[in-house]
Design a protein. Structure first.
Length: 291
């Protein structure tokens, strides 16, 4: 069974536990994934599948983070932010390939009290400032200067200290008979080029693609109104609009070309054919009506 399926089954079970232990166990489970190194299974890695380059990963850290964040009370969300930012400090080169900063950015308006201090500390300890510093301005003002919850360690570990804690955690699991090396890699090499942009970040590209699709749609309506006998100029304009829509959609699909192992998810298919295939269907119908 794939890593994503196993994690899904386990985490779906935790919130259903009776009593008051469900939320703490859910938080501890996410922290254990981060501290043991299992989070590296969520790193996007380029691979060739069927002759095409794909970005593959064992599971989605942003989906796991959001799943736990939505089910934890406000006072326990600070722990999720703390373990996520600790990953950004421990491995600033690899954390973006697991989309850890984007997971925080997707719910930054729901940031718990004390999250702003964690962001500043993470950047000071060597995390990617370009990815994390803009989040400070997006935290709601009433939560930006609020103190963290009581009883939770407030400070992050330096990179060397965090790596030492992970080695000790892995050694402890190994002593208990857990084959930690087979399911939680100790090291993963980041790709030599940037990972595809997360969904929702290329707003300008999506806007251009949508405008091109609308132009192609209006051109196809014009063909219907003229019974398939559009002028050469109109046909050329419609064809150019359709080609621009396909190119923009293709660029957008390539930018977020990724898959989760075990799920077989595919990027949205690019529509093909456009004006020519539509005119080929409308043309014979117009001739029959004329006859």
């Amino acid at each position: 069974m794939a890593t994503a399926s196993r994690l899904m089954q386990f985490f779906n079970l935790l919130p259903k536990l009776p009593g008051k232990h469900a939320a703490p166990m859910l938080s501890l489970a996410v922290e254990a994934i981060a501290e043991s190194g299992l989070w590296r299974r969520g790193v996007l890695l380029p691979q060739l599948v069927g002759g095409k380059a794909r970005w593959l990963r064992g599971f989605s850290w942003p989906q796991l983070f959001r799943f736990a964040h939505e089910r934890l009370p406000q006072e326990m969300r600070f722990r999720l932010w703390k373990c996520s930012l600790q990953l950004c400090v421990s491995d600033p080169e690899l954390a973006p390939f697991a989309e850890v900063p984007w997971a925080l950015a997707s719910i930054v308006k729901e940031a718990p009290p004390g999250a702003a201090d964690l962001l500043r500390e993470a950047v000071a300890l060597g995390a990617d400032s370009a990815a994390l510093s803009p989040l400070l301005a997006r935290i709601p003002p009433e939560q930006r200067d609020a103190p963290p919850p009581e009883g939770v360690p407030r400070h992050l570990l330096a990179r060397d200290q965090a790596q030492k804690v992970e080695r000790e955690c892995r050694a402890c699991l190994q002593e208990q008979g857990v084959d930690i090396a087979s399911w939680a890699p100790a090291d993963v090499q980041a790709a030599g080029h940037a990972a595809p942009a997360p969904p929702g970040e290329d707003a300008e590209g999506r806007r251009r693609a949508e405008e091109a699709r609308q132009r192609a749609h209006r051109a196809s309506i014009d063909v219907v109104r003229h019974g398939g006998r559009a002028s050469n100029a109109a046909a050329a304009a419609a064809g150019a609009a359709a080609a621009a829509a396909r190119a923009a959609a293709g660029c957008q699909a390539a930018q977020v070309h990724r898959e989760d192992q075990g799920r077989g998810s595919q990027p949205p298919p690019v529509r093909r054919g456009g004006l020519r295939s539509f005119a080929a269907r409308v043309g014979p119908l117009s001739k029959r009506r004329a006859a």
